[in-house]
Design a protein around this ligand. Structure first.
Ligand code: SF4
Length: 200
């Protein structure tokens, strides 16, 4: 049984795809198949938008803190589906916030400036990982190569014109306090929030 929608820490997660242009050295997919009893997040095939909508109909969205696009892959590989499903959620229950967790490489994945597509989404959370472009490439092994880090920052700066909450994050204990200060500075420059996530 493949899992498309799953509840995790009070939120409802949408697992749209297993595709991703990165092969992060720390990717959870390397060591597990699911999140807290979600069922396997490896998809036999990608769910259609109608299947996701039908799945959402079976949930009382007001019970969840947020609907989050995030799973075993990079959600912006299916940006059109995110847009359509978000519109559907907002038509049915405008009070439930929608977040996208992303590696921030949407522009490279889709071959254009995609920031405006995120209008209507409440929050975008981007993995910054490190303040250093070379280290970023070493960690993410992005197939787009050395331009990836700057493309991610450009996307973050652009998407904040459309999305109220844009956050760049690193993981606690994985970089030095000095590096965290450089990350905070990058975020101040972009006008987005910096968050240090707990180590999982
Ligand atoms: S961007 Fe996310 S899904 Fe893709 S390899 Fe990195 S951690 Fe895994």
């Amino acid at each position: 049984m493949m899992t498309v929608l799953y509840a995790y820490q009070g939120n409802l997660y949408v697992n749209l795809t297993n595709r991703c242009p990165c092969r992060c050295t720390f990717c959870l997919r390397q060591t597990r198949d699911e999140m807290d009893g979600s069922g396997s997040l490896w998809l036999d095939r990608e769910p259609t938008v109608d299947e996701v909508k039908a799945g959402l109909d079976r949930h009382d969205l007001s019970k969840y803190g947020e609907v989050v696009f995030c799973g075993f892959g990079e959600p912006t590989e299916r940006l059109d589906a995110i847009v359509e499903i978000t519109r559907y959620i907002k038509e049915n229950d405008p009070s439930v916030p929608v977040r996208v967790n992303t590696n921030g490489l949407s522009d490279l994945i889709n071959g254009r400036d995609t920031a405006a597509d995120f209008a209507g989404i409440d929050a975008v959370s981007i993995s910054l990982n490190t303040p250093d472009p070379e280290e970023y490439l070493r960690l993410t092994r992005s197939k787009f190569g050395p331009g990836s880090f700057n493309a991610m920052l450009t996307f973050a700066g652009n998407v904040k014109n459309y999305v109220p909450k844009v956050t760049l994050s690193t993981v606690s204990t994985t970089i030095t306090p000095q590096e965290e200060e450089r990350c905070a500075e990058i975020c101040r420059g972009l006008g987005v929030t910096y968050r240090i996530r707990p180590f999982e």
